[in-house]
Ligand binder design. Structure first.
Ligand SMILES: [Zn+2]
Length: 290
């Protein structure tokens, strides 16, 4: 089996063939977590998980790109939002997110994190902008800690700041986090800092664009999670129009090639990692069976 730990079948890009696609994934033993980016997409992820059996899960959270800081114009991809809905939220509504996160198919809080791609131009505005994202992130880590859920972290052009914030948070919550740094494009040193704090590292089709070979070779396989970030980051050999959870197979194949190990070893270990992190009750059931 394979476990796509970061999919977005909750996005409108999949409205037409979502049900068919999920059926095919489950038949071929590809499990998935559909990850929320705002309140709408989080609710949609839960609805999809509720309509399906084991193997389809949801994560809820407010992505930093979806936070309207009033300081800069952010752009959200058309694939992500229904034109009827405002994708932006001006603050994190802790109570509302907490309510939906209590659903038993919700296995994580995310995606949350820092994204400096659309940062404003002036120095004072940049500082305020970063502070908004910092506060938003810490509110959601608090929610995850309170519900004892792992966190799915998105980080673009902000790894150094993220590590500082996480280190600070270890003084409040203790030295170990449960979670993943998704779509990792940082350095080995940064990967080490994250792993020391308990995090897994998520790899997807971005490894075909950015050379992450040295990190993929060195990293303990027990720390690796597979993901697609579909509909984005289509692996070059996957002959589809847009990516979907079965695209993780190509990421696994590339990792197996780089590490010179079998595809089965990558698939088995990363699935076990994902189960232990996100659905630990199932991971322990499997161990008893063996
Ligand atoms: Zn994503």
């Amino acid at each position: 089996m394979y476990f796509d730990t970061h999919a977005h079948l909750n996005f409108p890009a999949f409205t037409k063939d979502r049900d068919k696609l999920i059926k095919e994934c489950l038949e071929k033993d590809f499990w998935m977590i559909n990850v929320g980016t705002n309140f709408f997409t989080s609710q949609k992820a839960i609805e999809i998980a509720q309509n399906n059996n084991e193997g389809v899960y949801a994560s809820v959270g407010l992505h930093p790109i979806n936070l309207d800081t009033g300081l800069t114009r952010m752009k959200i991809d058309d694939d992500e939002t229904d034109e009827k809905e405002n994708p932006f939220e001006s603050e994190f509504n802790y109570k509302e997110y907490e309510k939906i996160a209590l659903d038993k198919k919700v296995v994580a809080i995310g995606e949350i994190g820092l994204d400096y791609y659309w940062k404003p131009k002036t120095k004072t505005k940049i500082e305020k902008f970063k502070e908004f994202q910092n506060v938003l992130f810490r509110q959601q880590v608090k929610l995850a800690k309170e519900l004892d859920l792992p966190i799915i972290i998105h980080c673009r052009m902000a790894h150094d700041d993220l590590i500082v914030i996480l280190k600070y948070l270890t003084t409040i919550y203790g030295p170990e986090f449960k979670g993943v740094i998704h779509c990792f494009t940082g350095t080995w040193k940064q990967a080490e800092s994250y792993m020391r704090m308990g995090f897994h590292i998520g790899f997807n089709g971005i490894i075909f664009k950015f050379n992450q070979g040295d990190i993929i070779k060195k990293i303990p396989l027990e720390k690796v999670l597979l993901e697609t970030d579909c509909p984005y980051l289509l692996p070059p050999d996957y002959k589809k129009k847009i990516n979907d959870p079965m695209g993780v197979g190509y990421v696994a194949k590339e990792i197996a090639k780089i590490r010179n190990i079998s595809l089965k070893q990558v698939a088995d270990q990363t699935s076990q990692n994902a189960k232990s992190l996100f659905v630990p009750w199932l991971a322990s059931l499997n161990k008893i069976e063996k």
